[in-house]
Design a protein around this ligand. Structure first.
Ligand code: DQA
Length: 196
């Protein structure tokens, strides 16, 4: 699946509604901010407007799985909100949840030279799946690690992450806000042309 079509590349209005400085000496009429309805083209890591969001094992059970830790929202709901945040930043979201490490690795490979950024909640794979670490190391764009809980404040084995060394940054402990915040961060990183 690919993201929605980019807008006309000649449109000088960016996703925030800001306009390019004109350099004109005469004061000009202020431009009305536009509400972006379609993703806008970016000079992102791959010139892409797609953010790949990956969810690891057991996250398909969100909503019924240990709600006192992970909250009551389903994964679909998290992704729905993440899509809204992405769209308001001019991006589309491609999402994969899998309980199998190889599926996530294949998806990371597929994002190379294709997706602008990766947001990943590797769930329990976070703590030992070096194959995911290596796949992310071979991906050129920004990587945002996300966790609904704060693994560092839980059992000691959750304190280490194999994703962290190959991530641009991490959002953890903000429950239902996590995916949204991670997508917002990814969009900003792409827009700013941040290197990992
Ligand atoms: C998690 C934290 C992990 O330690 C755990 O194995 C998960 C979910 C989180 O989102 O808080 O499955 O990644």
């Amino acid at each position: 699946m690919t993201g929605p079509e980019p807008q006309d590349a000649t449109d000088a209005t960016d996703a925030t509604g800001a306009t390019e400085p004109t350099g004109a000496t005469e004061p000009t009429e202020p431009t009305e901010p536009t509400e972006p309805t379609e993703p806008t083209d970016h000079a992102g890591s791959a010139g892409s407007d797609v953010i790949l969001v990956l969810s690891g094992p057991n996250l398909d059970l969100l909503g019924s799985r240990e709600p006192e830790i992970y909250g009551a929202d389903t994964l679909e709901r998290h992704i729905e909100r993440a899509r809204e945040v992405a769209a308001s930043n001019g991006f589309g979201v491609e999402h994969l949840q899998s309980n199998h490490e190889g599926d996530l690795i294949d998806a990371i490979h597929g994002a190379r030279d294709r997706c602008a950024a990766i947001v990943i909640n590797a769930a329990a794979f976070t703590h030992y799946a070096w194959g995911i670490h290596d796949a992310l190391a071979a991906y050129q764009g920004p990587v945002v690690e996300v966790h609904l809980s704060n693994p560092a404040s839980r059992e000691p084995w959750r304190a280490s992450s194999v994703v962290a060394p190959v991530a641009t940054g991490c959002v953890a402990g903000f429950g239902g806000l996590g995916y949204e915040m991670a997508v917002q961060a990814a969009a900003r990183l792409v827009r700013e042309g941040a290197a990992r």
